[in-house]
Design a protein around this ligand. Structure first.
Ligand code: ATP
Ligand code: MG
Length: 350
């Protein structure tokens, strides 16, 4: 039995999550996974009506779930950042989701700006530290609003924080049989990333079966563009992970396929498409649901059904290859038609 909390959110979040749940429900009934679903109405409408973001009783209830399936939050009627901070970041921090897992996979050559790259050549996963680093929010202003003003922003790397993300990355590389690359700026960030280096080297001893290597962050951006085929799993800090996952999303063909897992194996993990609520196209049944369907695949993988996740991936591949996609990817199907098509392909793959 696993309990999944569904938070469709705002705008196209609702539309794409519908299709993701469609896929999960199909897998659940066909393969008897014992999943149960409950929907939560967090988002702009609730905020505008009651002033509530995530009330304590909802937070307490979410604690009893295994995974959260999130669409997107964000609405033109709400000041930018309020819903993101009050819902997304709130859940991320409350559940201490220290891993941000971002697969980067090119499904079809025609979507990549790297002309001529074969589809087998871009297929790796970024493991981003999600709780500390330069995003810890520590710093301040000296002589604010004067010509002599100085602002500081501190980068935090705790040994426990670095060890837990490295452990997750090593385990992930071992499980998927891939090479683990660590990326940092240890030549310049001589404290925080010196700790990363020492922690990485120490842990590599314990995982002697996992092949490892190291690139400085500036070098890895070049490699990601020139030789993306050399990567399987990349582990990096919060800031660098933020940047290179967007680079990765672009390499694989944009936001329509970018998917993200916010994971803490000991609490509650949350899976979502990377794109936002896209108010400009909401309500038209044209939003691309594939990233959300891949997030559904990540959920079943997270719950231990790797073969079903691989099947979802194969079904996405098939719908792309056959141009059974939404207009943003050059197809003619609606959001719900893509979801229906996915289920049809999954039935054929059974
Ligand atoms: P954010 O506030 O997080 O930036 P957003 O609502 O602006 O979110 P983005 O993810 O930045 O949305 O997307 C930018 C634009 O790309 C959208 O306005 C929309 O036109 C398009 N877009 C995003 N996601 C999708 C999707 N799933 N299908 C089709 N078009 C999309
Ligand atoms: Mg935007």
């Amino acid at each position: 039995m696993a309990k999944i909390a569904v938070i469709p959110g705002d705008g196209i979040g609702k539309e794409v999550v519908n299709e993701g749940v469609k896929v999960l429900e199909y897998l659940n009934s066909t393969y008897e996974l014992g999943l149960s679903f409950k929907e939560f109405d967090l988002g702009a409408a609730r905020y505008l009506k009651y002033g509530e973001l995530v009330p304590d009783n909802v937070l307490n209830e979410l604690e009893t779930f295994d995974a959260i399936f999130l669409g997107a939050v964000g609405d033109p009627a709400v000041e930018p950042g309020i819903l993101e901070k009050g819902i997304l970041l709130k859940l991320r921090f409350y559940f201490d989701q220290y891993v941000n897992l971002r697969p980067v996979k090119l499904y079809n050559d025609r979507f990549s700006p790297l002309k001529g790259k074969g589809v087998d050549e871009i297929n790796f996963t970024v493991v981003r530290e999600n709780t500390e680093g330069l995003y810890a929010g520590i710093g301040g202003f000296l002589k604010k609003d004067t010509p002599d003003e100085i602002a500081t922003q501190e980068m935090i790397a705790s040994r426990k924080g670095v060890d837990r993300i490295l452990k997750y990355a090593f385990e992930y590389a071992r499980k998927t049989g891939g090479k683990l690359t660590v990326s940092d700026k240890s030549n310049v960030l001589t404290y925080a990333h010196n700790l990363w280096q020492r922690a990485f080297k120490a842990m590599a001893q314990e995982y002697s079966d996992v092949e490892t290597n190291h690139y400085l962050i500036d070098a890895i951006t070049m490699k990601m563009v020139r030789n993306p085929e050399i990567f399987d799993v990349i582990v990096t800090c919060n800031l660098f992970g933020d940047i290179i996952t967007d680079l990765g999303a672009e390499l694989q063909g944009g936001m329509g396929l970018a998917v993200s897992g916010n994971i803490n194996p000991d609490t509650v993990s949350m899976f979502e498409p990377v794109h936002g609520s896209a108010p400009d196209i909401a309500g038209q049944n044209i939003a691309n649901p594939l990233a959300t369907i891949l997030a559904a695949g990540m959920i079943v993988e997270y719950l231990g059904h790797e073969e079903l996740s691989a099947m979802v991936d194969q079904a996405v591949q098939s719908s792309i290859d056959n141009n059974k996609v939404t207009p943003d990817m050059g197809g003619e199907l609606s959001t719900s038609e893509v979801g229906n098509h996915l289920v049809k392909v999954l039935k054929e793959l059974k």
